[in-house]
Design a binder for this molecule. Structure first.
Ligand SMILES: NC(=O)c1ccc[n+]([C@@H]2O[C@H](COP(=O)([O-])OP(=O)(O)OC[C@H]3O[C@@H](n4cnc5c(N)ncnc54)[C@H](OP(=O)(O)O)[C@@H]3O)[C@@H](O)[C@H]2O)c1
Length: 332
């Protein structure tokens, strides 16, 4: 098969597919595209229904693990550009409990999305991975080059292996078939449409929910696992969505791109910030009998910056906006 190199920038009327459009990331990408004037967007969803509605967006219900349905979707929609934000996603407990599902589902979805896009002649695709692809003991801040230089964190190894396979799928389809697929690895994200289920959520939305419930019940204290000393980085999902649109329009290449804020914060300081935004007046209690996890996880985002993208939503502002979204949802 001959190699075709596409140079592709999205026109406002191009057909754009956002896979996983009811999710936190996919819905933010749809909002960013509409805000930027794109007019011909289709978002896919499976069970959860998309909250964002616009005349510029159609939604399609589909299980992307189904190869035939995915092929049919590409045939019917003939998208020019694809943002790939559908995945089985969860916090540490879910990752470690549903290990087979995290590996199988994510491999199935991405094989279908990537291979069928190639068969359908999609002009360009952005694949979203995650910072958990990096070795557990990677030097900090983590550069893109540290991929596959050491062992992964065991609790999320299945998810990370699937994401590594996904970005390698994109890289190697580019090399063998001349496709134009790019990949981005975001840091921890937060924002509207996040998951607040305590069994299954990430640290920031879990803290928002815990502090909110403690405020309502007038609890004296909120218990936080560990010492509070680990350092983590957070990026608002609207910044991430703008970065994805930016990369789709400006970047081509096999080197994937770390996306993050570029600074980290201790879990203790994060908890104090959220406590203040939520307005909880009790105490924080750090349960030091519980594990801390990796001491620090910060992405090196110099490549992202060199491409010309800079996030703009500071953590306090982002948490206020996310708490407002939480209240809208939970007070309905
Ligand atoms: N959240 C973060 O902090 C974070 C950080 C770094 C990277 N990312 C990446 O961003 C991407 C999206 O994450 P997210 O946080 O937006 O997750 P999310 O809110 O759970 O959204 C993922 C969406 O994918 C859909 N999906 C799952 N399995 C599907 C299937 N078989 N067929 C069709 N749709 C399916 C889900 O639909 P249903 O719920 O209806 O099944 C869900 O709406 C992932 O690749 C993730 O690795 C996220």
């Amino acid at each position: 098969m001959g190699v075709t190199i596409y140079t592709a920038t999205m026109n406002k009327t191009d057909k754009i597919l956002v896979a996983g459009a009811a999710g936190m990331v996919g819905s933010a990408i749809v909002r960013a595209l509409v805000k930027d004037g794109y007019q011909n967007i289709t978002g896919t969803y499976r069970n959860r229904k998309p909250a964002f509605q616009s005349e510029k967006v159609d939604y399609l219900k589909i299980d992307l693990m189904n190869q035939e349905a995915t092929a049919e979707m590409y045939k019917t929609l003939a998208p020019d550009f694809v943002f790939y934000a559908a995945a089985k996603v969860g916090g540490i407990v879910a990752n470690n409990t549903y290990r087979a599902e995290f590996l199988y589902d994510n491999l199935m979805i991405q094989n279908n999305i990537v291979h069928q896009a190639y068969l359908a002649g999609v002009k360009k695709m952005l694949f979203l991975g995650s910072s958990c692809i990096y070795p557990k003991h990677a030097p900090q801040p983590i550069k893109e080059e540290y991929l596959l230089t050491g062992l992964l964190e065991y609790t999320n190894e299945p998810y990370a292996i699937a994401k590594i396979a996904g970005l390698k799928l994109c890289e190697n389809y580019n090399i063998q078939y001349g496709t134009n697929y790019i990949s981005a690895m975001p840091t921890n994200l937060y924002g509207p449409e996040d998951n607040y289920d305590l069994q299954n959520s990430h640290v920031l939305p879990a803290l928002i929910r815990k502090f909110h419930e403690a405020k309502i019940s007038k609890a004296e204290k909120v218990i936080i696992w560990g010492t509070g000393s680990p350092l983590r980085e957070f990026m608002h999902v609207d910044d991430l969505a703008n970065a994805c649109v930016f990369l789709m329009n400006t970047y081509e290449g096999n080197k994937f791109v770390n996306l993050g804020w570029g600074e980290d914060i201790s879990i203790k300081d994060l908890a104090i910030l959220i406590k203040n935004v939520v307005g909880f007046e009790g105490e924080l209690f750090f349960d030091t009998s519980k594990p801390d996890g990796t001491p620090r996880k910060l992405l090196d985002v110099s490549f992202m910056r060199s491409l010309g993208f800079h996030p703009s939503i500071r953590l306090e502002e982002g948490i206020k906006n996310t708490y407002a979204d939480f209240l809208r949802k939970f007070q309905q």
